[in-house]
Design a protein around this ligand. Structure first.
Ligand SMILES: Nc1ncnc2c1ncn2[C@@H]1O[C@H](COP(=O)(O)OP(=O)(O)OP(=O)(O)O)[C@@H](O)[C@H]1O
Ligand SMILES: CC(C)(CO)[C@@H](O)C(=O)NCCC(=O)O
Length: 439
């Protein structure tokens, strides 16, 4: 393609800025902002008084607003080349150093909406800039270290590493403060959104259930301590589930678990106590006494068990364990609210129900398990927001949420990009928002 044609074709795509990555042990999470395609304008329009995509009514002397989307995408880390191809197909790497010279501030709320302030450069960089090797994007997670050379080699991108725990906390704080209907409880099939009072947010326990589990006591905006963790997490569920059931995808394993009956494999209190409760110590006959315990006394091979029942027992064992350790840590520090994030949760009803029951059971109703709508993107959002540290320092509200659409399949089309090959559309989505830009 001729250079001029290439430039022209880029001008017809969404205009992208502020890309951040969280490269975890199992999944890569990506967040980026793009001005909506309707705002894809000609240079004449851009330079003229009519600015497509910019809400003129919101303009003031210093700022105007650019409508767009905050995109959320995930890829499997083992298929990192798909992430690299996506960045390349969308030309995202070319916006990298524009981003570092710009800034974002997102720490407040305007009438259930949030506003992202930054200097978004809607233009395109010249060929010299495209050719230089100073493209830098914010990245967190272990993969920001592990794959730094790969990104440099394949895309000419330098990964600017952001601490994983700081990113998780920044992402969670932002979501809890700025996004309406972000946190919810889930119990007995009922989902209830919880309105968070900004002045009464801290302290809380953040439990991020990724491949492994991190438990972080959060006391303020950048005030936190990782107080515990466990290696029995999402990777354990997926890894053991894959071996035991032979299923091919995480979603298949979750679906199996939905149809299973854990009592077939788990040893219940009633199995030990002849069908009765052990009331003296508060255990009902249906309480699991020993996960997978029935397999010991029954003369059965793995093949004799239904994959559904194995998946159910496994999910219950791991979710219970996480709920219990989370509660014990909340108890250690007198924390009443426990927020669960990470892609293991996956908005899966049975997972959330099991965790809620565990927290409720152990705390005797004192502590509450809360879940987050953007559960898997805490780290990526935190890294995304770290762009703000490079620039403007005033701190009014920055990202205006107009309409949140999660989960949703979109924007994985075009540019020869096949959504079905690399991205699980159930988890990809976007938030409609406005970026405040300096005039
Ligand atoms: N499509 C999927 N493919 C694989 N795992 C998935 C998928 N969807 C959800 N999961 C679950 O999410 C977990 C990964 O969650 P997450 O992305 O939050 O962690 P990570 O960043 O990869 O791990 P870590 O933070 O420990 O490095 C997996 O271990 C699995 O349990
Ligand atoms: C190592 C990390 C932080 C990588 O994300 C995560 O997988 C984790 O918290 N694992 C649990 C490690 C532990 O504390 O036992």
């Amino acid at each position: 393609m001729e250079k001029s044609e290439e430039k022209e074709s880029k001008q017809c795509e969404d205009e992208v800025s502020h890309l951040a990555l969280d490269i975890g042990g199992t999944l890569i999470k990506m967040v980026y902002f793009s001005s909506s395609s309707s705002s894809c304008s000609t240079s004449a329009q851009k330079n003229g008084s009519e600015k497509d995509g910019i809400d003129a009514s919101s303009e003031n002397l210093n700022y105007s607003f650019l409508s767009g989307r905050l995109h959320f995408l995930k890829f499997e880390t083992k298929n990192i080349s798909e992430c690299i191809n996506f960045i390349s197909s969308k030309h995202l790497q070319h916006y990298a150093d524009v981003l570092c010279s710009s800034s974002l501030l997102m720490d407040g709320i305007i009438s259930n909406s949030y506003l992202l302030r930054g200097s978004v450069n809607p233009g395109y960089r010249d060929d010299d800039a495209l050719a230089n090797d100073k493209n830098i994007i914010k990245a967190t997670g272990g993969g920001a270290f592990k794959f730094a050379d790969l990104f440099k080699e394949k895309l000419g991108i330098v990964l600017d590493k952001v601490d994983e725990m700081s990113s998780l906390v920044a992402g969670a704080n932002f979501l809890l403060k700025a996004v309406h209907h972000e946190a919810f409880t889930y119990m007995d099939g009922q989902k209830d959104y919880v309105q968070i009072d900004h002045k009464d947010l801290y302290p809380y326990l953040l439990v991020n259930v990724g491949s492994g589990v991190s438990m972080i006591k959060v006391d303020g905006d950048s005030k936190f301590e990782r107080v515990s963790g466990t290696s029995i997490g999402g990777g354990t569920f997926w890894g053991m589930g894959k071996l035991l059931t032979k299923c091919k995808s995480f979603d298949e394993l979750l679906e199996l678990s939905r149809q299973g009956n854990n009592k077939v494999i788990d040893m219940l209190v009633g199995d030990i106590y002849g069908g009765t409760d052990y009331a003296k110590i508060g255990l009902t006959s249906t309480t699991i006494a020993s996960s997978f315990g029935k397999a010991v006394s029954e003369n059965k091979e793995l093949e004799d068990y239904r994959a559904e029942d194995i998946a159910r027992s496994l999910l219950r064992m791991i979710s219970n364990n996480i709920g219990q350790i989370a509660y014990l840590n909340a108890l250690r520090f007198g924390l009443k609210r426990i927020f669960f994030g990470g892609f293991f949760i996956r908005g899966h009803e049975y997972t959330m129900d099991t965790i809620s029951v565990a927290v409720n059971f152990w705390s005797k109703g004192e502590a509450k398990a809360l879940f987050l709508r953007h559960e898997g993107f805490l780290g990526a959002l935190g890294a995304f927001m770290s762009y703000q540290k490079n620039g403007i320092t005033d701190s009014t509200n920055q990202l205006m949420e107009q309409h949140s659409s999660m989960p949703k399949s979109l924007f994985c089309t075009g540019n020869g990009f096949d959504s079905s090959t690399h991205a699980d559309t159930k988890d990809n989505g976007y938030i409609e928002c406005k970026v405040q830009i300096r005039n």
